[in-house]
Design a protein around this ligand. Structure first.
Ligand SMILES: [Zn+2]
Length: 138
């Protein structure tokens, strides 16, 4: 499966008002390997790229879901992920940039949106029993 969706060719982009970006990519490019976070669905990317003077601007919607684990009971939690209206911008000197790969900035933007800790249903049902446990053990 090609991941060329990440590549923006500046020469091509200069000829058109904007370039549509649309596709699904394998989540492998996120390179998440801490064992607490998993992406099992394709990452849907939809948006456009355009030039404004010396700036390349990408405007994207990103949709997928991720698996994390409850910090209390360690249950698996599947959370839908939607990042709407993400802007990625890159400044460059005229003619200096031939192509731009937005894989890394997109990866950073996605991972930044994911909370460090999750808990089932916003408040884990196990909390109460854990509290009880802590009380007894004191
Ligand atoms: Zn839980």
């Amino acid at each position: 499966m090609t991941q060329d969706i990440f590549k923006i060719y500046l020469d091509r982009l200069r000829l058109v008002p904007q370039q549509e970006i649309q596709g699904s990519v394998n989540p492998d490019f996120l390179e998440v390997a801490d064992g607490r976070l998993f992406f099992r669905e394709l990452i849907e990317i939809k948006g456009s790229a355009y030039l404004a003077d010396d700036h390349l601007i990408l405007h994207l919607d990103v949709t997928t879901s991720y698996i994390s684990f409850c910090k209390i009971c360690n249950e698996e939690i599947a959370t839908p992920f939607l990042l709407e209206g993400l802007y990625i911008t890159e400044d460059f000197e005229k003619g200096a940039l031939k192509e731009y790969d937005f894989r890394t900035p997109l990866r950073d933007a996605i991972l930044l949106e994911i909370p460090l800790y999750t808990e089932c249903q916003g408040s884990c049902p196990q909390r109460a029993s854990l509290k009880e446990y802590f009380k007894q053990s004191v």
